[in-house]
Ligand binder design. Structure first.
Ligand code: GDP
Length: 601
């Protein structure tokens, strides 16, 4: 069968927009997808959805039927052929729907559980959407869980809202307000979709229930409306091929196949193609273009339908020789009769390299591994945001050689001798090597869990460093001596802190008197009370242990000169290593001045 999933409107041809569903775990992403598909399937076979590879096509007829009462009210003109919903909700497919760093998902639905509000992965999703500059709407799901909510099966939301008790409606209003406030905390303006007057500035909230079907028609209509109002140019059908590789799969009887989303253009059986591979570009020819059989034929033995030619937008399985090392998250290129194959190969290579080479030029940083180019890119972006430098990156499972690469950091900067394995397999030999070489492997499946782990890792290292350097590290300060109460054992003086901070343990010396040592601070009293630290302009009395010093007050130095904390190269390094974030601008300036006083390079 031939397939033409486009529509023509005012002499222009349109493809279906690609829609992704994102959000925190358990907010109802899968249930919403099922609900959208099921309500359409029940509408009758002709209007039913078409199952594609990794995606479901919701034809415009089904959407028209579902949103009838509504669409008539607003006199909606449907221009698009339908919607292509990506079947696997979550970050992975969204991340892989990319081309040269920009997103190929036309519009995303961010699902928020109305009872829980914003959660960790909601924030992660918002970051991903921002990174790819993808427009989105919010499905405020599980409205049926609001106390005393009367379920109204498959009803437009505003109708359902009308029949609620006063208290249920009120609770709903509160929850919406809370969500809007929480989104504002993320610098996002949001508004219930029917109150949203400016879709460019405000994110629309669509209340839904994946259980009762309330608001599902609203959701479909808002998506359609937004696409038609603001992004019609983006979904114009063109012959400029846009095709992205989502998954590499071995299928019995076909060998290694790739699942792609054809976003724009046409693919034909026999087309010569180039895809990015782990070891460089792969050149091959399309043997078959496959989609699943229609639902009603699913009992028939044949698992796929063969196509001679397929036009966008469509989820397709491609069978071709030599795809074993293809990299998900990269683009598929077709080599036309007049195309320069070398140029296309170079472009395919560049796409992977641009992400793999996104590392510190200093060569100092952590090692990172992810399963696809899309997730690697998103992960690197996250690390940049939390200021973790990256030295090595790779796509695919962690092998021994990756651990060895990471171990180089043990000499350069041990805190970075960690390998972050983002949703990838770790080979047994790699675990073994890591154990032997004392390289730490941190692994997880979501970015937000990494954030916690990295905080812990760097926090623990810092504490250790601080504990080790506490005895050598010296904070800068300049003192003016106001009184001398006792000359020795210990020295007792009244001082005013002119600059910096004075702390217990600080060695004091008098630079103007041949750097004569005064001793080490063992006690500070502010207003008769023991303190551990005195700030600029504090007037305090200080006890200084002089048992180990060879110089004596009034013989080698006196109270008229400036007293300062005694800094050395080692003390400076220790301070920078363990406390760099706690140093104020004034501290840094003072240290600079004191370095010249003590002639430290
Ligand atoms: P996902 O992890 O985001 O894909 O969430 P699921 O679709 O798996 O849903 C998580 C749980 O929430 C399941 O037990 C669902 O039955 C339930 N759930 C999903 N949507 C709704 C809803 O609208 N109302 C209610 N009451 N429960 C829901």
């Amino acid at each position: 069968p031939t397939t033409d999933p486009t529509t023509t409107f005012a002499d222009k041809q349109y493809r279906s927009p690609i829609i992704c569903i994102l959000g925190h775990v358990d907010t109802g992403k899968t249930s919403l997808l099922d609900k959208i598909r099921n309500t359409n399937v029940q509408g009758g076979e002709a209007r039913g959805i078409t199952q594609q590879i990794g995606a479901s096509f919701i034809p415009v007829e089904a959407i028209k039927e579902q949103t009838k009462s509504f669409a008539e009210k607003i006199k909606m003109d449907f221009k698009l052929p339908g919607l292509l919903l990506i079947d696997t909700p979550g970050h992975e497919s969204f991340n892989n729907l990319r081309s040269r760093g920009s997103g190929l998902c036309d519009l995303a639905i961010l699902v928020i559980d109305i009872m829980h509000g914003l959660e960790a992965q909601t924030l992660e999703s918002i970051n991903l959407l921002r990174m790819r500059k993808t427009p989105f709407i919010v499905a405020l799901n599980k409205v049926d869980r609001i106390y005393d909510w009367k379920p109204c099966v498959n009803t437009d939301f505003k109708e359902a809202y009308k029949v609620q008790s006063k208290s249920a409606a009120q609770e709903f209003d509160y929850k919406v307000k809370d969500t809007i406030a929480a989104l504002a905390g993320q610098e996002l303006n949001a508004e219930l979709y029917w109150r949203n007057k400016d879709h460019r500035k405000y994110v629309s909230l669509v209340p839904t229930s994946a259980h009762t079907g309330e608001g599902i028609s609203d959701l479909m209509l808002v998506v359609m409306q937004l696409m038609q109002k603001l992004m019609l140019d983006k979904v114009e059908f063109t012959n400029q091929l846009q095709c992205t590789l989502l998954e590499v799969k071995v299928i019995e009887g076909f060998g290694t196949t790739i699942d792609v989303v054809l976003v724009n253009g046409t693919l034909n059986e026999g087309d010569k193609i180039v895809v990015s591979g782990f070891n460089g570009p792969i050149e091959t020819s399309i043997r078959s273009l496959l989609t699943p059989p229609p639902l009603r034929e699913s009992r028939v033995k044949s698992t796929f339908i063969n196509h001679k030619s397929i036009r966008a937008a469509m989820g397709i399985k491609i069978v071709a020789p030599g795809l074993e090392k293809a990299v998900p998250g990269t683009s598929l290129h077709v080599v036309g009769p007049n195309d320069d194959i070398e140029k296309i190969r170079a472009e395919a290579k560049r796409e992977v390299d641009s992400v793999l080479n996104d590392v510190e030029t200093s060569g100092i940083g952590v090692s990172v591994q992810a399963s696809t180019l899309g997730s690697l890119e998103a992960f690197l972006n996250f690390l940049k945001k939390i200021k973790v430098p990256v030295a090595n990156v790779a796509i695919g499972p962690v092998h021994k050689k990756h651990v060895m690469n990471t171990s180089i950091m043990l000499d350069k900067d041990p805190k970075y001798a960690i390998l972050l394995a983002f949703d990838v397999k770790i080979e047994e030999s790699a675990l073994h090597a890591a154990n032997e070489m004392k390289v730490q492997i941190l692994s997880d499946e979501t970015i937000y869990l990494f954030e916690e782990k990295l905080k812990k890792h760097f926090g623990a290292i810092k504490e250790k460093l601080r504990a080790e350097s506490a005895s050598i590290c010296v904070w800068p300060c300049i003192l003016e001596v106001t009184n001398v109460f006792r000359n020795s054992n210990p020295i007792l003086v009244g001082v005013r802190v002119k600059e910096g901070t004075l702390r217990i343990g600080t060695p004091i010396c008098v630079p103007e008197s041949n750097c004569a040592d005064v001793g080490k601070v063992i006690g500070i009293k502010l207003n008769e009370k023991d303190v551990v630290l005195a700030k600029k302009d504090d007037v305090v009395s200080v006890a200084i242990d002089d048992t180990n010093t060879k110089t004596t007050i009034f013989r080698h130095f006196d109270d008229k000169k400036q007293w300062m904390s005694k800094i050395t190269r080692e003390s400076l390094d220790a301070l920078k290593e363990g406390w760099s974030e706690d140093l104020t601008k004034q501290d840094v300036q003072l240290l600079k001045f004191m370095k010249t006083v003590y002639k430290i390079q």
